[in-house]
Design a protein around this ligand. Structure first.
Ligand code: PLP
Length: 390
């Protein structure tokens, strides 16, 4: 009798929902005339100096494993960056772990922290991998809704209430936020830090978009007094340096936690790719001007997009970080999935339905503006035509 492989898949994985973003991406790929505002990936290629360093490192034969924690030279550069950008000291020998993107970092954090059934508070709308990595580690994601009226910022009251009700010991803060573009201003950071202290919460801060902000420059959560030692800071190279394909990120945290996460990392990834680590050293040492050029370009596109949303009557909260806009489509009477599907099928523009980011994202769509300006302009014209048909 042939084996029925589907019965051998663990319940945990069988129950996991495939990422809706990928589904839309798949559809777009089969439509050559579609414009995609769906994938959260820079349209820029990695800056040449960084690519050249990667190529050179391969030429020199840097094709081996590195230490599990990552090249010490890279960890020193990361510590220097964190000191300069966040004003916080980390010991590169014991408090920094280089990972295969922030994606691996999230997985390591969850598997290291969670026992079966442990709860993790996740402000939503949120990045799609947050609840998934919690579930895969046997934990229970607890969504905490945020809304446009609060600029999609988690409030201290909501955090306090959710921590009390759920008994969760961990909260995951993803700011600047994917999908809303929200940032946390100083007073909000301070009030959330006070709740973290009072409720003895461990904080996971995913700050992968920290370099991509427009107008205000937010502080890192770890810069809040007392927070460095109760925070696991995640960051990486994918977004700011346009290095998604290099698969490189890092974790900065107290030494005991880094040692525990390194145990998991050493049995699963062993280390991040050596040539990517070499290239990342160059990115940190000499890539700041390239980041600024890309950031300025995103800002220009952001302004155009907001202007066009206003012109076609889609109310949109002003995003201050990352490269996403999250307009409301509630007044159309369509669900976010209906809106996104019809926009793609009838007018060849791909956006992500807001409910992919949690229930509080219903009534919105995510539009990524890491896309060339002429394409954004054309996508907006098509969106206006679609709205005219409703
Ligand atoms: C908020 C957030 N965190 C983490 C990631 C994953 O990044 P990486 O490419 O470093 O794995 C993404 C990618 O979209 C993201 O938006």
């Amino acid at each position: 009798m042939p084996i029925d492989c589907t019965t051998r898949i663990s319940r945990r994985v069988a129950n996991l929902q495939p990422s809706p973003i990928r589904r839309f991406f798949g559809l777009v790929e089969s439509m050559p005339d579609a414009i995609s505002l769906s994938i959260g990936e820079p349209d820029f290629v990695t800056p040449w100096r960084v690519r050249e360093t990667g190529i050179f490192s391969i030429e020199k034969g840097h094709t081996h494993y590195t230490s599990n924690l990552g090249l010490l030279e890279l960890r020193r550069e990361i510590a220097k960056y964190l000191q300069q950008r966040c004003g916080v000291d980390y010991n590169p020998e014991t408090e920094i772990l280089v990972t295969v993107g922030v994606s691996e970092a999230l997985d390591l954090v969850m598997r290291t922290l969670l026992n079966g059934g442990d709860r993790v508070l996740i402000p939503q709308p949120s990045y799609v991998a947050y609840p998934a990595t919690v579930e895969l580690a046997g934990g229970v994601p607890v969504p905490v809704g945020t809304c446009a009226a609060d600029a999609f910022q988690l409030t201290a009251e909501a955090l306090d209430h959710a921590a009390r009700e759920s008994g969760a010991q961990t909260v995951l803060l993803g700011y600047p936020n994917n999908p809303t573009g929200a940032i946390l201003p100083p007073e909000r950071l301070a009030s959330l830090a006070a709740v973290a202290e009072a409720r003895d919460l461990l904080v996971i801060a995913d700050e992968i978009y920290l370099e991509l902000t427009y107008g205000r420059t937010p502080a890192s959560f770890v810069a809040q007094p007392g927070m460095r030692d109760r925070t696991i800071l995640l960051n990486g190279f994918s977004k700011a340096f346009a290095m998604t394909g290099w698969r490189l990120g890092y974790i900065a945290a107290p030494a005991e936690l880094i040692a525990a996460m390194n145990k998991v990392h050493s049995y699963t990834a062993i280390c991040a790719p050596m040539m990517a680590q070499k290239a990342a050293i160059e990115a940190l040492q000499r890539g700041a001007d390239d980041v600024e050029l890309m950031r300025a370009e995103y800002d220009q596109r952001r302004r155009v997009l907001l202007k066009r949303f206003a012109a076609i009557g889609l109310p949109c909260f002003e995003p201050e970080g990352a490269f996403y806009a999250f307009p409301s489509i509630a007044h159309t009477g369509l669900t976010s999935v209906e809106f996104a599907e019809r926009l793609l099928m009838e007018h060849r523009v791909a956006v992500v339905p807001g409910n992919a980011f949690g229930a509080s994202g219903e009534g919105y769509i995510r539009c990524c503006y890491a896309t060339a300006l002429p394409l954004i302009e054309e996508a907006m014209t098509r969106m206006r035509n679609f709205l005219d048909t409703l």
